[in-house]
Design a protein around this ligand. Structure first.
Ligand SMILES: [Zn+2]
Length: 304
């Protein structure tokens, strides 16, 4: 057998074998099962977008934003959740509208809940399962932050009780205020005592390198905030929470909804953010914008 020259055909077979080993790993050795393998820290920051449900909004609900159903076209609002995976840790941003446990308890058709009389939520996929698909469990997540504590952004907070909560003191106070119908404290009972960093300045640089910055934009709630990311493929983007809901609110410069926690403060935050976007050449992502969300890459795909 020795000394036999390698024919081109044998070379091709060898190359194919090497390729297969490279792709699938060696059986019994480093066989890869993407859903079960724990994610490694990426070399460059990544952004994953998850599907955390959909809100069906009634015509009255649309009118609350000082726009008409004809102006908005699509009244439904997506509920996205976001994971920022940075070489130095991870940040979960906004955590859905119905807790995973309720979604799991629903065998078919998704879990439903009425966020308020004009907004009905449907959730078909758990946040946990979408994290698991890319190798994370809630217990692995370094930081958790929400744009604000309304029910459609905070449902799975308790899952992140071992993360460090990046919290604005004004929002924390709002979250446990008596008779506050805009929130559901049963979503975050464990956060009362979890490890937390108080964000008491305008901006907070999450990983210390300017790539992920949380910025105050109050009014919708007392501690409403936005997330600014610098990604190689997208440049600067702002995940803007509920600063706006429908794009025509921004396009036509409509006044903020009358039921904002503080309408004047909301209007001031919008003006301040518009100036910021212009100055820093940042693209805004309106989280509940159906058309824009439909075009986003969803996890397991990601932006880096
Ligand atoms: Zn919302």
């Amino acid at each position: 057998m020795s000394g036999r020259p390698i024919t081109p055909r044998r070379r091709n077979v060898a190359a194919l074998f090497a390729l297969l080993v490279g792709t699938f790993g060696v059986a019994g050795g480093s066989a890869r099962a993407p859903a079960a393998t724990r994610a490694q820290a990426p070399k460059a920051m990544r952004l994953y977008v998850f599907d955390c449900g959909l809100l069906n909004i009634s015509p009255d609900g649309v009118a609350r934003y000082h726009v008409t159903p004809a102006e908005v076209g699509e009244a439904r609002m997506p509920v996205p959740c976001f994971l920022v995976a940075h070489p130095k840790g991870t940040l979960m941003w906004d955590v859905g509208v119905i807790p995973d446990a309720s979604v799991e308890a629903q065998a078919q058709g998704g879990a439903r809940s009425n966020v308020n009389p004009t907004s009905a939520a449907v959730v078909t996929r758990t946040l946990k399962s979408q994290l698991a698909q890319i190798g994370y469990s809630p217990a692995d997540i370094t930081y958790v932050a929400i744009s604000h504590a309304h029910k459609d952004h905070s449902a799975n907070l308790d899952e992140f009780a071992s993360s460090t909560w990046l919290a604005r003191p004004a929002e924390r106070e709002f979250m446990w205020k008596e008779h506050n119908e805009r929130v559901d404290p049963s979503f975050y009972t464990k956060l009362k005592t979890s490890k937390s960093i108080a964000l008491d300045k305008d901006e907070y640089d999450v990983f210390g390198d300017g790539l992920a910055v949380i910025k105050s934009a109050p009014g919708h709630t007392p501690g409403h905030q936005v997330l600014i990311l610098r990604l190689a493929s997208l440049g600067r983007i702002m995940v803007a929470g509920d600063l706006y809901h429908y794009p025509p609110e921004r396009m036509f410069r409509r006044a903020p909804p009358d039921n904002e926690f503080n309408v004047k403060q909301s209007a001031a935050s919008r003006a301040m953010i518009e100036e910021y976007l212009r100055k820093t050449k940042t693209t805004i992502w309106i989280e509940h914008d159906f058309g824009a969300n439909a075009k986003l890459k969803k996890s397991p795909a990601y932006y880096d």
